[in-house]
Write a protein that binds this ligand. Structure first.
Ligand code: NGQ
Ligand code: ZN
Length: 462
């Protein structure tokens, strides 16, 4: 058993000061799970002290780790105009250059950065499986082990989502440059079975049919029969071109097709779901699935805007992800989720929680944070996102002395963190009660960054 003492902690439920409780004693078990939460206690001598505002860790529900190494390298205008599909060609070329060691070094750097921003669990949507010539590695799980190694080195909680990828578009064969991604159903089943025994402790195994354009209907059905309870993640309706192709091929829009052909429920995460009709929005909200929103990547790739006001009004669940890692900053994802809606609807406090827009007096920041924390934990099946009995001791200590929080009453703190955040106010981060970030940096940041720099020098010089 271990004991922690938090001078101020954000606890679930409607307590007096906007969810903020003082002098909170927390005990944990050997697995790092919380066994008791008791506000109003003096600090015991053996307690680990966290002085300052403490948030629960957030799940980052959508990551393609290797893309961290190309973030910022695709911002140069091409010869014929740029969009998602031209970015994807650049990304495919980049994916063909990476060795297993590169993948591990990049993922470790990424996870160290995520932890330093208060993300304590990641959903790794992993589709880089094979050698550069497309043949499986001798161990077909080689690149998954590299991701797991990065999670182990950094202390990140991993929900590993091996991706099933088979076609290059609706009814189209896969292309040569997608060769590292591809599986038939037997190869995919074998990969899951190989991984399952080692994704234990703070790690989870799920599955990820890449998208309706990459997985034909019969194959999707077969994949879903491989596991009845783990997380299922899929990219959906991110681009209007994808919606048009889906309609031409199936007669239905992607979200509509999926809701009609799969038992979409609380184990599902529909990543992006950007382009939905009012009917699709209502049905997705009612399904209890999580919409996996990645606002900075969706902006960077020019996807469009998710109908968040309508979706949340109907009780829809969401979480956030950093996807292509153009930004690794939870506050920024939440800020841009709200700002997209403000720009579109020409209003303010659009997601604070009630019909039309705001409940009088309701704060936008806590609403966004609570929803993303709950949705992310659900989508990854990770016990993070709340400081409560049964959850993991995933704590994010903010710098209570940061100028951005000066003089604020506790109930304004999350608004200030999300909307007025200057460079990272996160000071310390704990996963399962283990401190992985101190003084704003991952405890192994130096060694991890040195290895990452060497990989980048090699990649960018070849
Ligand atoms: C991905 N990116 O999986 O990285 C995709 C593009 C593809 C986004 N959906 C890859 N944002 O479509 O093959
Ligand atoms: Zn993605």
């Amino acid at each position: 058993m271990r004991r922690f003492w938090l001078s101020r902690a954000y606890l679930p439920g409607d307590t007096a000061a906007g969810g903020w409780a003082s002098e909170v004693e927390i005990t944990t078990d050997a697995a790092g799970l919380i066994t008791a939460v008791q506000p109003g206690r003096a600090a015991a001598v053996d307690a680990v002290r966290l002085d300052g505002p403490v948030l629960p860790g957030l799940a980052n529900l959508h990551s393609h780790a290797f893309q961290r190494a190309m973030a910022g390298l695709a911002e140069i205008a091409g010869p014929a105009g740029d969009d998602f599909w031209t970015w994807r060609e650049t990304m495919y070329r980049f994916a063909l250059t990476l060795s297993p060691e590169d993948v591990e070094a990049i993922a470790a750097q990424l996870y160290a950065e995520m932890l330093a921003q208060g993300y304590t669990a990641v959903g790794e949507f992993h589709y880089l499986h094979h050698q550069t010539d497309g043949r499986p590695y001798d161990d077909r799980a080689e690149l998954s082990w590299r991701i797991l190694a990065a999670a182990e080195q950094t202390g990140m909680a991993l929900t590993h989502l091996p991706v099933l990828y088979a076609t290059g578009g609706f009814g189209k064969p896969a292309s040569e440059r997608q060769r590292r991604f591809l599986h038939d159903i037997d190869g995919y089943a074998a990969l899951l079975e190989r991984l399952r025994p080692r994704l234990t402790g703070r790690h989870r195994l799920g599955m990820a049919p890449h998208s309706l354009r990459a997985v034909p209907a019969e194959m999707l059905r077969a994949a879903l029969s491989l596991d009845a309870s783990g997380p299922v993640h899929i990219h959906i309706a991110e681009q209007t071109g994808e919606v048009a192709e889906c309609e031409a091929f199936t007669g239905q829009r992607p979200v509509q097709w999926l809701l009609d052909h799969a038992a979409v429920d609380a184990r599902w995460c529909l990543v992006h779901a950007t382009h939905m009709t009012a009917d699709e929005t209502a049905r997705l909200a009612a399904s209890q699935a999580v919409a996996g929103l990645c606002p900075t990547t969706e902006a960077n790739l020019g996807d469009g805007l998710f109908p968040a006001v309508e979706y949340l009004r109907q009780g829809g669940r969401f979480g956030i992800g950093s996807d292509s890692h153009i930004s690794i900053n939870a506050a920024e994802e939440l800020r841009w989720l709200e700002y997209g809606q403000r720009l579109f609807h020409r209003g303010r406090n659009m997601l604070s929680g009630a019909p039309g827009a705001a409940t009088p007096g309701a704060a936008t920041g806590p609403k966004l944070f609570d929803a993303a924390a709950a949705g992310g934990a659900q989508a990854l099946q990770q016990p993070t996102g709340a400081i409560a009995v049964g959850r993991r001791a995933d704590f994010v200590l903010l710098d209570g002395n940061a100028a951005q929080f000066a003089g604020l009453p506790p109930e304004r703190l999350l608004d200030a963190w999300i909307f007025s955040g200057q460079p990272n106010a996160v000071r310390e981060v704990y996963v399962g009660g283990e401190r992985v970030v101190a003084e704003g940096r991952h405890v192994k940041a130096e060694a991890i960054a040195a290895r990452y720099r060497a990989v980048m020098r090699k990649l960018l010089s070849s």
